[in-house]
Design a protein around this ligand. Structure first.
Ligand code: CAA
Ligand code: NAP
Length: 247
């Protein structure tokens, strides 16, 4: 995939890091967003990538804000060239039962996960349409497919992401652009490690494969969908959940 450019939102997170590495290994020029560039965690992340010779253009973007997305996309395109692949990976959880959930808990999860996906996609779409090529991959969740106790906000946002996928895929299918959803099950990142241990162990016990997924396993699917050869797959929702939810 020499000379193709891929942009990953939230590329410095648990799953994002492996997506960045995998796309880079396939020869893409890779860019990632981060919310705060000048912080110890992101600086350390950049150092680690440098040590393993993974070149990443990092841009500060808040996906909740359309102008910020537009600016980030413009910066990436001026430094690397037109964006061919967008991975909408930025996401947060703010779990709680509906009875206890505040409007802020609802809105913030919708803003990052759902509106963030629309904002980033809108920011790259005109360029992809002009060039008649693109791969857009939305990282949703098994919980957007099946619902989850304590996640009305997150499940709504993640199900909504697939609504974007299905509709946009139809709009751009004849323009060389594919749009797909990847729906991971529970993957061993900070997001899942934040769940109370006892509850987490109960959840793991419901996964037929018998373990949490690995970020590399998600990255492998994303890289597959990003390929030029994957042009006939569009509007689909790819489950990758260790058998937790079959449908
Ligand atoms: N189904 C049915 N009942 C349940 C239940 C379940 N899954 N979980 C808890 N309950 C019951 C409890 O037994 C309890 O019953 P009683 O009142 O009769 O005792 C009641 O519901 C209240 O439960 P909690 O005390 O646990 O409620 P809480 O407010 O303390 O906690 C919660 C709620 C924070 C949502 C907690 O249950 C939780 O963390 N659940 C896990 C949510 C989850 O899976 N999040 C995924 C995060 S990672 C991610 O999102 C990535 C991804 O895409 C997969
Ligand atoms: P993570 O490690 O917490 O990473 C989340 C990333 O989202 C971070 O890099 C963060 O950026 C970014 N982000 C958060 N708010 C943002 C904002 N306003 N603007 C831009 N970026 C923002 O989580 P993860 O487990 O890797 O999850 C990655 C994606 O996979 C999420 O969409 C998540 O919902 C989804 N998912 C995860 C699992 C799982 O089990 N882990 C399962 C299914 C789906 P910073 O680096 O700047 O903080």
């Amino acid at each position: 995939m020499k000379d193709r450019v891929a942009m990953v939102s939230g590329g410095a997170g648990g799953i994002g890091t492996e997506i960045v590495r995998s796309l880079h290994a396939q020869g893409y020029k890779v860019a990632s967003t981060c919310t705060v560039m000048e912080c110890a965690r992101v600086q350390q992340w950049k150092k680690e990538r440098e040590l393993e010779h993974v070149e990443v253009v990092m841009v500060e973007v808040d996906v909740r804000n359309y102008e910020s997305c537009l600016k980030g996309v413009e910066e990436v395109e001026s430094r690397l060239g037109p964006i061919d692949v967008l991975v909408n990976n930025a996401g947060i959880t703010k779990d709680g039962v509906m009875k206890k959930m505040s409007p802020e808990q609802w809105q913030s999860v919708i803003d990052v996960n759902l509106t963030g996906t629309w904002n980033m996609t809108k920011a790259v779409l005109d360029g992809m349409l002009e060039r008649q090529y693109g791969r857009i991959i939305n990282i949703s969740s098994v919980n957007g497919q099946k619902g989850q106790f304590g996640q009305v906000n997150y499940a709504a946002a993640k199900a909504g992401m697939h609504g974007i996928t299905m509709s946009l895929a139809q709009e751009v299918a004849r323009k060389g652009i594919t749009v797909n959803t990847v729906s991971p099950g529970y993957i061993g990142t900070d997001m899942v490690m934040a769940i109370d241990e006892e509850i987490r162990n109960k959840i793991i016990a419901t996964i037929p494969v018998g373990r949490l997924g690995k970020p590399e396993e998600i990255a492998r699917l994303v890289t597959f969908l990003a390929a030029e050869e994957s042009g006939f797959m569009t509007g689909a929702d790819f489950s990758i959940n260790g058998g937790m939810y079959t449908h």
